[in-house]
Design a protein around this ligand. Structure first.
Ligand SMILES: [Zn+2]
Length: 425
């Protein structure tokens, strides 16, 4: 599997290189994304030497220093005392570790070229921390002592931000851009929460935040972008940015999600989260650089660069919209604390049922035998064709109920008996 993926990535590189030289498919800007640079950054950040970049460890600090050196080499400006924003993280989730650890965000400024718009900013960000050897949050807690290197989560997003910094520095937009790399994300969005509370510019001068978390596994050309409902202009803007790149775009949702864009959306700012979907290696020691699709990530970067240029050059600001909360999908859903622990495939595909990209380790789903790749087609005798029917069926229950879940696994129809759990326990 590993060598096949590598070969696939290499073929992709060759095709991308050929496309750039073709007279019919000209480059979109003078400087085009460099998938080799993306690959090199990911291989370094996710190397054993950095030990998985857990917040507060030397490997995390080394990653921050590497990012800062890259900004210096690009000629980007420090905004405070150097490129580092030091803060003390208080990881609520970490078992035996000390209650607080010193760490740092990294950020740098690319001034806008228009004096009239230079005082407005786009933040282009990604977290660079990961799990290290901690089993908190790991999907493979049985692998004690293993280094979880977080190549996709989130060396890939870090590499995307560095590549965007290079591309945008070559031809700045009218607005200014802040490139920001957050620590402490895995332990509760700590770095981005600190950033928005100690922003180097007035928070309301930020026009949008573009977040990159897990963008290294482009598969079947499918790119997910969350947050399009946070500004009126974003859906059309995203479509036109993607048009010449031609990815299969799934754009949806408000600005709350399990990554750093949430910290900015909570400040009433338009946000987007670029994402190439969950996979079997998520939060496992197997999230290694060899599985990265660097050529695919370069295409995601092209879309993102076009989005950044569109927002950065438009005469007016985006119109923030607080997305209407999703309608409750079941009468008893509100206040329910029933918990299964399955991880649905966010982008979905066209097959009826609810496909899982994984299950949380030790969750009722895990204990009950559900696995990544399973498709739930029936829940407690109720048919399930999509996420909404599944939610309705789930939230009709309470913790402790035993339910029959019918799944399709490798073409076989199986019934599993699962005892539902309680959220937060
Ligand atoms: Zn993560």
């Amino acid at each position: 599997m590993r060598s096949n993926l590598r070969r696939g990535a290499m073929i992709g590189l060759v095709v991308a290189a050929a496309a750039c030289q073709s007279p019919h498919v000209g480059p979109i800007t003078a400087v085009v994304p460099d998938s080799l640079a993306i690959r090199r950054d990911i291989f370094y950040l996710a190397s054993d030497a950095l030990g998985g970049r857990l917040t507060g460890t030397p490997g995390n600090d080394s990653a921050a220093a590497y990012i800062a050196r890259r900004y210096a080499a690009l000629g980007l400006q420090p905004m405070s005392n150097g490129y580092l924003q030091r803060f003390v993280a208080r990881p609520a989730t970490r078992g035996k570790a000390p209650p607080s650890v010193p760490t740092q965000n990294v950020f740098a400024l690319l001034p806008g070229r228009d004096p009239a718009l230079r005082g407005q900013y786009i933040v282009i960000g990604a977290h660079f921390d990961h799990l290290g050897t901690s089993i908190e949050g790991a999907m493979d807690p049985e692998a004690k002592g293993a280094v979880r290197r977080g190549a996709d989560d989130n060396a890939s997003g870090t590499a995307a931000v560095l590549e965007l910094a290079r591309l945008l520095a070559a031809a700045p937009t009218r607005r200014s851009i802040i490139f920001a790399n957050f620590s402490g994300e895995e332990e509760g969005l700590l770095g981005s929460a600190y950033f928005v509370e100690h922003s180097p510019v007035p928070i309301d001068s930020i026009d949008a935040m573009l977040n990159f978390d897990m963008v290294g596994r482009l598969k079947n050309d499918r790119l997910i972008v969350y947050g399009v409902a946070t500004a009126k202009e974003l859906p059309a803007l995203l479509d036109s940015a993607n048009a010449p790149v031609g990815l299969r775009l799934t754009a949806q949702g408000d600005g709350f999600g399990a990554s750093d864009q949430s910290s900015f959306y909570a400040k009433d700012l338009p946000v987007l989260h670029f994402f190439t979907d969950l996979h079997d290696d998520y939060h496992r020691a197997s999230d290694v650089p060899e599985h990265i699709n660097a050529a695919g990530e370069a295409r995601v970067v092209t879309v993102a660069e076009r989005v950044a240029r569109e927002i950065g050059d438009r005469p007016g600001r985006l119109t923030f919209t607080r997305a209407v909360a999703a309608a409750p999908v079941g009468a008893t859903r509100e206040g329910s604390d029933v918990y299964l622990g399955s991880i649905p495939d966010m982008a979905g595909d066209d097959t009826p049922g609810l496909k899982l990209t994984g299950v949380r380790a030790g969750s009722p789903a895990d204990v009950g035998g559900l696995k990544a790749g399973d498709v739930i087609v029936e829940f407690d005798s109720k048919p399930v064709t999509d996420l909404f029917e599944y939610s309705n069926a789930l939230y009709a229950h309470k913790p402790g109920d035993e339910v029959g879940i019918v799944i399709l696994r490798a073409g076989q129809r199986l019934t599993l008996h699962v005892t539902l759990g309680k959220r937060g326990s």
